[in-house]
Ligand binder design. Structure first.
Ligand SMILES: *Cc1c(COP(=O)(O)O)cnc(C)c1O
Length: 399
């Protein structure tokens, strides 16, 4: 990646005259009119819009099947249950991620084993994975997270854990549009779980999708997302449909509605263009901040494609303000930022209920003290990015 001459950018706008929010959910006119049609159609819950959204998303990630669910968290829980592991089995996951996957592991009757991360990438290395597996006395499965949209070599991670890819679930809440080498995230492991939460790179508000090439698993997920009722139970109120169903196993109420699917389909149509803009935003941050030595930039993946759900920098100890003080200073200037993530071992419940390595998780602790997510979405203008960078430079010069 070429880096332009490191110079200090000029303030484009008059801060703090305008606000640059950390994230904004934009539901465009196409989505709004699609929703209107659904609302007038007489069928608003899981139906034809969901079926179409599933087919379109599966095609986009090149998986043979996609099953829409109410959230990525529910998707991870159902996918894990689909693996049929013995209750209490151990499941490896990074400590440096959102708590949803850890909750999903616990709700599936399994136990999270937390693995530390490399402070530069904020991702576990093969060495970390091997050490955590050894300390835990083995694991039965693994949840791989493509943190921030940075593509993780899923096969190498599974290998380090001594697992086949059929025992790996991907938390791809940040990774729609990411590629591992030449492969789209969505068909690499047994099941890949996406989120359409309000701040994600394909935003509906709430919603999720599980993609897989395993037909049997997909059919099972369709049943599990609706109380474990026999497949296609949602059709029972359609004209001519039968009313009989069976419940063969215990499921969740975790289906997606047609209203949400209509928004998702419209968002998916502009998704590639949105992602291209996100990549431009990331490149602009890279070049504007390259000369500011006290801020470390997010590493680029050696191959594949980053989804740039997050643009997370590290505020190094020689920057004049610590991370927390900088967040407040930027907020005063109208610039919204966030922190991803508070490591799971530092959250009361997950710290108490997960298996932790005996030597702690120092890599994740180091990242947590310094990490700062800057605004990064397709709606940012070049001026927005320049203003954020100018503010970081200005504060960086102060003492
Ligand atoms: C947002 C998020 C989730 C949860 O997604 P929901 O759709 O809200 O359940 C899971 N993992 C990561 C890494 C996330 O950021």
């Amino acid at each position: 990646m070429s880096v332009e001459t490191p110079t200090e950018p000029r303030l484009a706008g008059a801060l703090p005259a305008r606000q640059i929010p950390f994230a904004r959910t934009v539901i465009g006119p196409e989505a709004r009119s699609a929703v209107q049609e659904v609302l007038e159609s007489g069928w608003v819950t899981t139906g034809r819009q969901v079926l179409a959204f599933e087919a379109e998303l599966a095609a986009h990630v090149r998986a043979s099947r996609a099953v829409a669910v109410s959230s990525c968290t529910a998707g991870i829980e159902l996918a894990l249950r689909g693996l049929g592991l013995a209750p209490g089995s151990r499941v490896l996951m990074s400590t440096d991620t959102f708590c949803g996957a850890a909750s999903a592991i616990a709700h599936a009757g399994l136990v999270p084993v937390l693995v530390d991360v490399d402070p530069v990438t904020a991702l576990p290395t093969a060495t970390h994975i091997r050490a955590a597996v050894r300390a835990a006395g083995g694991v039965s499965a693994m949840v791989v997270v493509h943190l921030g949209g940075h593509p993780v070599d899923v096969e190498a991670a599974a290998d380090a854990a001594g697992l086949g890819l059929d025992r790996v679930i991907e938390d791809a809440a940040h990774a729609l549009g990411a590629e591992v080498g030449p492969r789209r995230v969505g068909s690499i492991s047994r099941a890949t779980c996406f989120s359409f939460y309000a701040t994600k790179n394909l935003a509906i508000g709430e919603g999720g999708m599980v993609t897989t090439d395993d037909e049997e698993l997909a059919d099972r997920l369709i049943s599990l997302r609706l109380h474990g009722m026999s497949k296609d139970a949602w059709r029972r109120y359609l004209p001519g449909a039968g009313w009989r169903y069976d419940v063969a196993e215990d499921g969740l109420k975790a289906n997606l509605t047609d209203v949400q699917a209509a928004v998702g389909r419209a968002q998916l149509r502009r998704f590639d263009a949105d992602q291209a803009r996100r990549a431009e935003v990331a490149r602009r941050y890279d070049s504007q901040l390259a000369g500011l030595a006290s801020i470390s930039l997010p590493p680029r993946p050696p191959s594949g494609r980053h989804a740039w759900h997050l643009y997370a920098v590290r505020i190094r100890p020689d920057y004049p303000l610590g991370r927390d003080a900088l967040i407040e200073r930027l907020a005063q200037l109208g610039i919204g930022t966030s922190v991803h993530f508070i490591p799971l071992h530092r959250l009361t419940w997950h710290g108490r209920t997960s298996v932790l390595p005996p030597d702690g998780l120092p890599g994740a602790d180091e990242v947590f003290d310094e990490t700062l997510s800057l605004p990064c979405d397709q709606n940012l203008t070049d001026d927005d990015v320049d203003d954020v960078c100018a503010a970081l430079w200005q504060i960086g010069r102060s003492r």
